[in-house]
Design a protein around this ligand. Sequence first.
Ligand SMILES: [Zn+2]
Length: 263
Amino acid sequence: MDPYIYTDGSATEANKNAGAGVYSSLFQLSAPAGANATNFDGEVAAITLALGKITHAYAKNVVLLSDSRAALLAIASERRSTNARIFACRKSIECKREIVKALVMQWIPAHCGIPGNEEADRLARLGASQSQPLLPITMDMAKEMARSAITGSAEERSRGECGGKNWAALLDPKRRPPWTLPRAVSVACFRLATGHDYLRHHLKRIGVTESSDCDLCGVGEMTSDHIFACAAMVDLPTDGSYIGRAKLYWAVRNKMAEMPPLA
Ligand SMILES: [Zn+2]
């Protein structure tokens, strides 16, 4: 009989819903972990759910596989837990040890193509999409609810304060430079988008220099828009891509560094 049972938990981004998934070649289970449950709660719920399927008729050697170190450590720890779910899970393990020869809990890496883990993950997400029962709130859930509420209100306040600023573009994921860009390209694009670009206009604004005029061509204010039309940079046309814009930006910054020191 197949001794391996894969378990996984899943929580939605806003942590409003969580699910537990269990996969073995003999059975597949999917269940909601309760309103406001965290991903951790889902992981523990999945292990408890799997334990419930181990009966006298099941394999004598059982291996429970989870990709949550936190859940495995919390369950295996000898320290007393105030978390009712951990407590229930430990109780269940004690009962199962009486009917199986060996019960092993093993960590496995997540999302690296282990079929059982992928299936358990799918079942956990299915559980998270189901209607969530109201279960007693654990301390971890209360902490997560408080953290989520504080983060949410801080985000909302920051978004409000960005209104009308030139870096408001960064709030829109479609207009934001992708995270995968090389660091030098990312830094340049971020500076150009926010106006914190150390070009003359910005340097004047922060009191480093008295003039905001472009000292490369001598015509007009040196803003992030200006460098794309600057007469001194005509030999370096840009294609408008992130890499092209970054190349031009760093070329301008290098030219500025070669200029005599600011008075
Ligand atoms: Zn210029």
